[in-house]
Design a protein around this ligand. Sequence first.
Ligand SMILES: [Zn+2]
Length: 231
Amino acid sequence: MPTKNGASSAPLEYKIIYSKRKTIELRFDGANLLLIKVPQRTRQSAIEAILHQKADWIERTRKRLAQRLPVPQMVQGEQILLLGNWHSLNIQKVVTPDEVFNTPGVITLSQKLASQGVAGLIPLYRQVTRQWTEHYAQIYSEKHQLPYNGIRVSAAKTRWGSCGANNTLNFSWRLAMTPLLSIEYVVAHELAHIKHRNHSKAFWGFVAQIMPNYEQGRAWLKQNGHALPMF
Ligand SMILES: [Zn+2]
């Protein structure tokens, strides 16, 4: 994925929060602030020992958080991620449905949607996610006799998709930010769960049968998934 803004290089700040608790907890608030929640009367040396012990985790987590792309501003010319590529936002007073994608590399949205802020993007992301997950699910379900019970587009933040007990397929609208190859992989993965309700060797063998190049789609998500803007 092409990069957008660089990561900030501000120094890491610490904030110690004393409360009635029994253990020490470290939690990031953004990439540059580490909250250290400690029991009352914890000694400075105990806090320093934990920070030393967790130094690798702190560094790793901080780097990961710093890579996250900023939430787009809904202004003319803003760069918007769609299907793994950046598109320029074009805001117009009135937009008909067929105008949204009619210029390559451009997303055209109405003033009304743009005025909702980034929430105005979600209907578009939902629509794109539905369109492409349905596309691949139909093809593969027919080819491999995997009857699914409809598709639900969700706002899930920590998983791209899931396959319910009744074989309903759920996909996060965040998939609309990822390349088609990744969407195809997630569909193949969830459909494969209709046959294998686990992540066994047999399951992965079946995913490869459905989509021989699935590893490429999966690798993109592993490399870039954590950096997608969160909203
Ligand atoms: Zn799975």
